[in-house]
Design a protein around this ligand. Structure first.
Ligand SMILES: NC(=O)c1ccc[n+]([C@@H]2O[C@H](COP(=O)([O-])OP(=O)(O)OC[C@H]3O[C@@H](n4cnc5c(N)ncnc54)[C@H](OP(=O)(O)O)[C@@H]3O)[C@@H](O)[C@H]2O)c1
Length: 260
């Protein structure tokens, strides 16, 4: 999809990967509808990315609330009369061993990472279909491909998101809608500080990418209409190897997380 003049809606745009996505899509010539709860931070992002010349609208919205999603639909489609790309980026991490999982935190994690994207898809799919098509980008994670110790709640949410994306891709193809799943690895952002659940989950850090790297990869993926998007070859290789050699992956992951 050529992005110049297209309208892109990004959830979770007040910081981290969402903020970087706003910058990257503005630079690519798109108009933007930006959503997050923190109105002040969102306004700052909107002002900054507005310098690229496209229209930018900041909408304070909690995407777990149905009335906020409806508000987003009403004011978001008012900006240019259409939304060509919906990016379900807002998300939250969650820590804790399965045996100790905080059930309220698990519900909150699933509400934001799984239910909210479905609400947004239900709101915006008809708008896209009426315009002849569009793209839906689902920001998942390598942890939606490989489960590791002490993040089962988060793993579950991203696995579920992938399942929804895979079904939606088949259902929406006839409407001209492309569904793109993005699987970033560990990324510099406020994600760890904002995570739910028990603090002190073991830190096993292989490498970390910047939010800008993720955002630029997403822009390319939307332009090309890709299906599954790993940001680095290393991520793709790790996910492939863990699926292909599950017992070996179990041994490595058990050892890596053991002594923490
Ligand atoms: N960072 C990583 O290592 C990593 C790796 C793989 C995948 N991801 C995924 O990338 C996405 C972005 O994460 P990030 O790293 O940028 O995390 P982040 O820095 O914590 O940013 C999360 C964003 O989501 C917004 N948000 C949270 N709850 C919301 C709600 N109820 N309604 C609307 N917006 C909400 C936050 O803004 P407000 O607080 O202003 O609402 C913020 O803009 C997530 O889906 C995450 O799972 C991250």
């Amino acid at each position: 999809m050529e992005l110049t003049g297209k309208t892109v809606l990004i959830t979770g745009a007040s910081m981290g990967i969402g903020e970087a996505l706003a910058e990257a899509f503005a630079e690519a010539g798109a108009h933007l509808v930006l959503a997050a709860r923190n109105e002040g931070r969102l306004g700052e992002v909107a002002n900054r990315v507005g310098r690229h010349g496209g229209k930018v609208l900041a909408v304070a919205a909690d995407v777990t609330r149905e009335d906020d999603v409806q508000k987003l639909l009403t004011v978001g489609t008012h900006l240019t009369g259409r939304v060509d790309v919906l990016i379900n980026n807002a998300g939250v991490g969650m820590n804790g061993a399965v045996a100790d999982l905080d059930i309220d935190a698990l519900r909150q994690c699933l509400e934001l990472n799984v239910v909210a994207p479905v609400r947004l898809i239900q709101a915006f799919l008809p708008v896209m279909a009426a315009a002849g098509g569009g793209s839906i980008v689902q920001v998942s994670s390598v942890l939606g491909k490989v489960s590791v110790p002490y993040t089962a709640g988060y793993n579950a949410s991203k696995y579920a998101l992938n399942a929804i994306s895979d079904a939606l891709r088949l259902e929406a193809a006839a409407k001209g809608i492309t569904v793109i799943s993005v699987y970033p690895g560990s990324t510099e952002s406020n994600f760890r500080a904002n995570s739910l659940g028990a603090p002190g989950a073991p830190k096993v850090r292989l490498y970390r990418m910047t939010s800008d790297t993720v955002a630029r990869r997403v822009v390319t993926a939307v332009k090309r209409g890709e299906r599954d998007v790993f940001v680095t070859r290393k991520d793709a290789l790790l996910c492939w190897a863990a699926t292909r050699f599950p017992r070996l992956a179990d041994r490595i992951l058990r050892t890596a997380y053991r002594s923490k």
